[in-house]
Design a protein around this ligand. Structure first.
Ligand code: NAD
Length: 260
């Protein structure tokens, strides 16, 4: 029997990149997957891929920054399958890369609202279902940026959101331990995904020559970005009972990028 047979997982940002890689991996190991994404076409394509593999999936269009939207998506998943076991709170954006004095309130708010508030809202509305289930595994996608390194000068809102996610993860792990709900955060380094599409690099950032991405040589293990499939192996481990004693932990997955 597959190790996640009969389990239900919600993956936010599941239509692309790290979220899609994890959705496919969890499905391959038997979980039913609710793909939550603000881009409905991407969510639909991921659902079709899972169904082509013989898995079961639901595509749900939702914005994690909106409480009503994320609550409704979680409720639809639970209504469909009657349970919830794994929550991969992964949706996120790079937002605006610019020196702090040029960062607008609007840009600050949109990054913090999606990356940090969106993670809080996803967790909040999953908790009653996980408690009813007698436990579960919640995984946040944080980043090396904001935890061990801050080398993307200009990414102040992003770094702050990612640091905030790990503080929330640790509080949640403590608060939810008695309900056997584990909460961990993965901290990827550079991973080849579509995230660059939503990076808004301002003229001030250009002028200050603020790098948007690390050069490939900055990753000692691979000399190039990692893949969503590599990250998905870690998500599977944290989602499964193999990691039953692991909670409140940040796990770096960066080919030693953050040790330079
Ligand atoms: P991606 O752009 O390929 O995928 C992100 C997905 O999230 C997209 O499908 C997008 O539509 C969705 N999304 C964005 N905002 C949303 C919202 N408000 N509500 C619902 N869905 C939303 O990017 P990715 O690289 O796979 O990013 C996933 C996570 O990984 C993010 O939290 C990102 O910060 C984090 N991360 C990425 C890297 C990297 O190098 N790619 C490194 C560290 C951390």
């Amino acid at each position: 029997m597959e190790e996640l047979e009969g389990k239900v997982a919600i993956v936010t940002g599941g239509g692309s990149g790290i979220g899609k890689g994890a959705a496919l991996k969890l499905a391959e190991h038997g979980a039913k997957i609710a793909i939550v994404d603000r881009d409905s076409q991407r969510a639909e394509r991921a659902r079709e891929e899972i169904e082509r593999m013989g898995g079961e999936a639901l595509a749900l269009e939702a914005d994690v920054a909106s409480e009503a939207s994320v609550r409704s998506a979680i409720e639809q998943a639970v209504l469909r399958w009657g349970r919830l076991d794994v929550v991969f709170a992964n949706a996120g954006i790079n937002g605006t890369w610019t020196p702090i004095e040029h960062l607008t309130e609007e840009d600050w708010d949109s990054t913090i609202n999606i990356n940090l508030k969106g993670t809080f809202l996803t967790l909040k509305h999953a908790i009653p279902h996980l408690k009813r289930q007698g436990g579960g595994s919640v995984i946040f996608t944080s980043s090396v940026n904001g935890n061990r390194i801050f080398s993307n000068i200009g990414a102040s809102a992003y770094s702050t959101s990612k640091a905030g996610q790990t503080a929330l993860m640790q509080m949640a792990a403590l608060e939810l331990a008695e309900h056997r709900i584990r909460v961990n955060a993965i901290c990827p380094g550079a991973i080849r995904t579509n995230i660059g599409e939503n990076t808004n690099r301002t003229p001030e950032a250009e002028e200050a020559q603020i790098p948007v991405e690390y050069p490939d040589g900055a990753i000692p293990l691979t000399h190039g970005p990692g893949t969503p499939e590599q990250v998905a192996e870690l998500v599977l481990f944290l989602a499964s009972p193999r990691s039953s004693l692991i909670t409140g932990t940040k796990v770096y997955i960066d080919g030693a990028e953050s040790l330079l």
